[in-house]
Design a protein around this ligand. Structure first.
Ligand code: GDP
Length: 311
């Protein structure tokens, strides 16, 4: 057994061979015309070889994260072995994600709202790759979107009357999209809107050919909710590529009603959903208050995007 240490989180890596990971179940059409634009995007200060400039959020009593090799998300064309002494430095902090050679050009230098669509076929048709953010109402989706693009109010666009039930596209660096999907599970919404999230978004998930991955936001400060498990289950059963984004990880105090710490909720959620997936989905712990996980999300998006463009 090899014990590896990261600056903040500690990983115990066990000697189990990883399964062959499949991250893009949906066949994708290569978009040659846009590739040159993408690769000429401004260079990120984030790279696979330099230390990742992230604030240290650790607390003295922070529990250790233990991840076995078979629970890591290993991107395609990436080798991992427990004998690899550099493995710990290649795992994104607060996540199970191994960095690949495709993790470059991660920084956001420009972001603009493009359009709101009510149907998949009305979405932008320029073929740029996109990532969809989705989660229960109040999960922290707008805060995360603003944090990713370092703009305080960009996501307000999606909250304007008439747009909350739309597919909202934000173009980043003129080369890819962040997509804000309607929140689900509104306590005050009519019953059909609360439970039948599928009517609106299932078609988008299944038919949007430029969708690289769904980023499903889960509130890590509370125990798993049934509706979140149903959402993850549906994505898994339909082989829609998914990354779990655990939000509000700065909320560390135990709640009176037997509440758990974010790390425990993260672990519980994964145990509850593991049966839905053939391979372990990537996950990242985040906080829009401390910006924990922001650079990690951007690096993960960059490596998925760059791989997608090349294949
Ligand atoms: P949305 O409905 O999913 O877009 O959620 P918002 O981004 O509007 O956030 C809902 C509430 O959660 C607001 O009161 C935010 O201030 C709070 N919130 C969002 N992200 C975080 C976070 O990372 N940590 C904490 N402590 N609160 C957050």
């Amino acid at each position: 057994m090899v014990v590896t240490q990261l600056p903040r989180f500690h990983y115990l890596v066990f000697k189990n061979p990883p399964p062959s990971f499949k991250i893009f179940p949906k066949p994708k059409v290569p978009i040659k015309s846009t590739a040159s634009t993408l690769f000429s995007a401004p260079k990120s200060t984030l790279s696979t070889t330099e230390p990742i400039p992230i604030t240290d959020f650790s607390l003295p009593d922070e529990p250790k994260l233990e991840i076995s090799l078979d629970k890591l998300f290993v991107p395609p064309e990436t080798q991992v072995s427990c004998d690899d002494s550099s493995l710990s430095t290649r795992i994104l902090k607060g996540s199970n994600i191994v960095l690949s050679k495709y993790a470059r050009d991660a920084q956001v230098v420009q972001a603009e709202f493009v359009k709101s669509s009510v149907r998949t076929e009305d979405c932008p048709s320029d073929g740029l790759p996109e990532f969809a953010l989705v989660g229960r109402s109040n999960v922290g989706k707008s805060s995360l979107l603003n944090s990713l693009v370092r703009r305080k109010r960009l996501a307000l666009t999606s909250k304007k009357p008439g747009k909350t039930q739309c597919i909202n596209h934000f173009r980043i660096n003129d080369s890819w999209y962040l997509v804000d999907l309607p929140g689900y599970g509104y306590a005050s919404a009519p019953q059909e809107l609360r439970t039948d999230w599928g009517k609106f978004t299932k078609d988008y998930f299944i038919n949007r050919s430029t969708l690289v991955s769904v980023f499903l936001l889960i509130d890590a400060s509370i125990p798993a909710k049934k509706i979140d498990l149903e959402y993850a289950s549906w994505l898994g059963q339909n082989q829609v590529p998914m990354t779990l984004i655990f939000t509000k990880c700065d909320k560390r105090k135990k709640k009176k009603n037997g509440g758990k710490r974010p790390e425990e909720n993260v672990k519980d959620f994964q145990e509850l959903i593991c049966g839905f997936f053939q391979t372990v989905p990537p996950w990242i712990m985040t906080s829009s208050v401390t910006n924990q996980g922001r650079d990690e999300i951007l690096l993960h998006m960059a490596q998925l995007r760059n791989y997608w463009l090349k294949h």
